[in-house]
Design a protein around this ligand. Structure first.
Ligand code: FRU
Length: 521
């Protein structure tokens, strides 16, 4: 095989990043810390949310109100591994720069505080606030470990709490729990929204192998409406963290409902993953004629993701937990564990005869990105091109192409590499992290080559966008039609990108860019 070796170097390293920055895109972080070592530990994400210290899993209670995005999350303040759950809390005005807040929900006599949601109770239906100052109401699962330990089966119940100061402080409802059933070993993760046609609240929760829908007028008294899923979708593990949203099909007035169900284990590339169903909801029942299993993200590290409530302009904004229960407790970070995905906009498009859910980073991520200039790259048949960039692990790689036969390799001088491969013949995209760096902290971490079928990618040009942040990569094909999110732990930052043409024709990458991304901490 003959290789043509073209090397051009991007001079914009992380050290000289500011001098390369295009002024209009510079922004001062809101949440900064005077300590220059703040958020600089090995593998610490620079433009993703991660807790200051200790263990984090699912995003919870995501609600926007009065200019503030509240993000709560499953948090254990005493260890870097999972334990009695609290709700950690952070706020942001742009979903990128975050302020850490005191813990919002502590375990109480009803149990630990598992995942759940929060809504703005605009009409004060709960009576927890007033019409002038409507409350935020959080709805979460209580997990009673003592009851569980004694062999009972009714240890997961749903509780509520309210805030009249936009999420700063919370009061638990005195008559908690508000929903309980006799056999509730996996009965959890309530996600609530206002269902306009019936003027009532709907709570979606999961009960082992299916979802249940409850209705309420006041967020306190709930009645079962319908159930979905025992005979639909993937069932390789327990159902968790549901979300039910309505979306307009792009370019039409048609409205469809999308039900998200996280599942663990049973994801297509192992461990945890999030499937979705496109269908209809009538206030009681969700129905779908979808036959195949669908996944919001084919990478191993996007779990328990749900959407924000009450967003401006009714945008549907999704955040997931960037890890996987297979190895989340063992990843090689020392002072904290886990990060969230970038916030992503969800949209529904018709591709051929099929509805398809797209997810793509919110547009203000662009405010962190410095454009360094673009090139059109041509690579001869069976040839390779190498590009070096010291800031690769905090960068965006972006280009447009119509080829379906290429490989991208991110590597460092230790010989570690992360490999992406587009195989048009098999209509498949793969991610291989077996040689990506630290992998032996858990046997399953790099065991499988992650595979994503891409049958409906356009025949013509499509965008490839990769966002890398110290220990994560998020890959978006065709603006979010196909997505992979994965963690990586190289022993040294990758600083070399190789592009391989695996076809017998010249291929072209148009408007190719590697752009540094500013840190937000
Ligand atoms: C999902 C999950 C939820 C549960 C929470 C506990 O990752 O298992 O079902 O509420 O985590 O921390």
């Amino acid at each position: 095989m003959k290789f043509v070796h073209l090397v051009f170097t991007f001079i914009c390293t992380s050290l000289v990043l500011t001098s390369c920055k295009d002024d209009k895109k510079t922004e001062t972080p809101m949440a900064s810390n005077s300590d220059k070592d703040y958020y600089t530990e090995p593998y610490r994400p620079q433009f993703h949310f991660s807790p200051e210290k200790m263990w984090m899993n699912d995003p919870n209670g995501m609600v926007y109100n009065k200019g503030v995005y509240n993000l709560f999350y499953q948090y254990y303040p005493d260890s870097t591994v999972w334990g009695p759950m609290h709700w950690g809390h952070a706020t942001s005005e742009d979903l990128l720069h975050w302020k850490h807040k005191p813990i919002a929900q502590y375990p109480d006599e009803n149990g630990y505080i598992f995942s759940g949601s929060a809504v703005l109770d605009e009409q004060n239906s709960s009576g927890f606030g007033s019409e002038e100052n409507p409350p935020l109401v959080a709805i979460f699962t209580y997990h009673d470990a003592k009851k569980e330990g004694k062999g009972n089966t009714n240890y997961q119940t749903q509780g509520i709490a309210y805030s009249t100061d936009n999420g700063e402080t919370w009061t638990k409802y005195e008559d908690n729990p508000v929903v309980s059933v006799e056999n509730s070993t996996d009965f959890r993760d309530p996600k609530v929204f206002w269902y306009e046609p019936d003027q009532k609240w709907i709570m979606t929760l999961v009960a082992g192998d299916h979802a249940e829908f409850y209705g309420s007028n006041n967020l306190k008294d709930w009645e079962l409406q319908g159930k979905f899923g025992t005979d639909k979708g993937a069932h390789g593990g327990v159902w968790e963290c549901p979300d039910l949203i309505s979306l307009k099909v792009e370019g039409t007035d048609e409205e469809k409902w999308v039900l998200f169900i996280s599942i663990n284990p049973g994801a297509p590339n192992g461990g945890s993953g999030t499937q979705y169903f496109i269908g209809d909801f009538d206030g009681k029942n969700f129905t779908t004629d979808q036959m195949e299993n669908r996944w919001i993200d084919w990478g191993t590290d996007n779990y328990a993701g749900v959407t924000f409530s009450n967003t401006p302009d009714q945008e549907t904004i999704f955040i997931g937990w960037m890890s996987n229960w297979l190895y989340a407790r063992e990843t090689p970070t020392e002072t904290w564990r886990s990060a969230m995905t970038l916030p992503r906009i969800l949209s529904l498009k018709k591709v051929g005869e099929k509805y398809s859910l797209f997810n793509y980073p919110i547009s203000n991520v662009n405010d962190l990105i410095s454009e360094t200039g673009e090139e059109n790259i041509k690579i001869m048949a069976q040839a390779e091109d190498s590009i070096s960039s010291d800031s690769l692990m905090q960068s965006e790689v972006l280009f447009t192409t119509s080829t379906k036969a290429f490989e991208l390799k991110l590597g460092n001088s230790d010989g570690e590499e992360l490999l992406f491969k587009m195989d048009g013949n098999d209509q498949e995209f793969t991610l291989n992290r077996s040689l990506s760096g630290k992998t032996d902290f858990q046997e399953d971490f790099a065991k499988t080559v992650q595979t994503m079928p891409v049958p409906d990618l356009p025949d013509g040009e499509y965008e490839v966008r990769i966002l890398m942040d110290k220990s994560s990569i998020e890959l978006f094909l065709n603006k979010g039609q196909y997505v992979m999110t994965a963690q990586v732990f190289p022993n040294q930052d990758y600083n070399m990108l190789k592009i391989l043409n695996t076809s017998d024709e010249v291929i072209e990458f148009k408007e190719f860019e590697i752009n540094p991304i500013a840190r937000v901490w």
